[in-house]
Design a protein around this ligand. Sequence first.
Ligand code: AP5
Length: 213
Amino acid sequence: MRVILLGPPGAGKGTQAKMLMEKFKIPQVSTGDILRKAVKDDSELGRKAKAFMEAGQLVSDDIVIGLIKERIKKRDCENGFILDGFPRTNVQAEKLTETLRDMGQTMDAVIDLVVDPGELVARLTGRRTCEECGCMFHQTSRPPKLPGVCDYCGGKLYQRPDDNEETILKRLAIYERETAPLREFYGRQGRLKTMPGLGSVDEIFSRVCELVS
Ligand code: AP5
């Protein structure tokens, strides 16, 4: 099963991708996570990406396309994968289609999670992420049992540098300009499934599972 989770920053792509990964035993492939790890490791890739990410801008197409091409050819992706945060531009979507075609594959579904901007800002300003395992919490809607500590691995929770209101608004504007047009791209291919991203995480997960099975 090969699925793309589309949707603006804060729509719940990462949250749902982790749940799909558990249920279907296929990897979550998140360009955001790969880039954040590179920044943390201070690798050459991380040094190139850091300023763009902190400013809420997109990293160059060449960089992320290269990352994805390499990642989806790995053995753990043989039975499928969940793309979270990729593609984000028309060029990325076209290159993905081309790469999959060369591999004799296609995407099965593109799920577009729709959430209104006010809710997105509230979700992102309150998000706290585990430094160790990447699990996500929210200060009010999904607080950890102990403040600042991950329920699952005991790691320290941090606030992403791009999760402040000013940068969030920039990310939302870039999403509308660069990524929202992909609805049309995948709509034309007959793969787009649009659904509301409001409701409890479990309710949304049930609907996502219906759409992918
Ligand atoms: P990336 O990491 O992909 O961030 P994003 O797309 O901005 O998405 P988010 O991770 O912010 O949100 P999400 O939809 O995953 O929501 P989540 O589940 O966490 O990208 C970061 C940066 O990297 C980009 O700005 C760019 O610079 C670069 N980059 C990455 N990919 C790129 C690409 N392809 N091309 C170029 N540059 C790229 O949920 C958010 C919060 O809401 C959490 O607190 C969660 O607990 C809560 N929540 C989730 N679901 C619900 C619910 N149903 N109800 C209430 N709260 C909920």
